[in-house]
Design a protein around this ligand. Structure first.
Ligand SMILES: [Zn+2]
Length: 89
């Protein structure tokens, strides 16, 4: 399907549990992200863990862009379509 931003550019994330799950192809990046945890003696420390970071997509005004069909199941995209911030063309 093809979406286009209305008025100003629209940025959203290709949510893993929505888009990757439905296409069966993960486009996320694995990133080492810091997380604050308490060590054995209760002191705060930073531990790095691998997490999936979804790819983000920018839709430009006046530039229709093809996106996966599953994108319309992303809540932010649904709201944007309902509010007229995005149009499917
Ligand atoms: Zn993914």
């Amino acid at each position: 399907m093809t979406l286009q931003a209305i008025g100003r550019p629209f940025v959203f994330d290709l949510l893993h549990n929505v888009v990757c799950a439905s296409t069966g192809r993960c486009t996320c990046k694995q990133r080492e992200l810091p997380r604050r945890v308490l060590d054995g003696s209760g002191r705060p420390t930073v531990r790095y863990e691998t997490r999936l970071v979804p790819k983000s997509v920018t839709l430009l005004v006046g530039k229709p862009q093809d996106v996966q069909v599953a994108v319309v199941r992303i809540p932010r995209v649904q709201r944007a379509i309902a509010r007229g911030r995005l149009a499917s063309v």
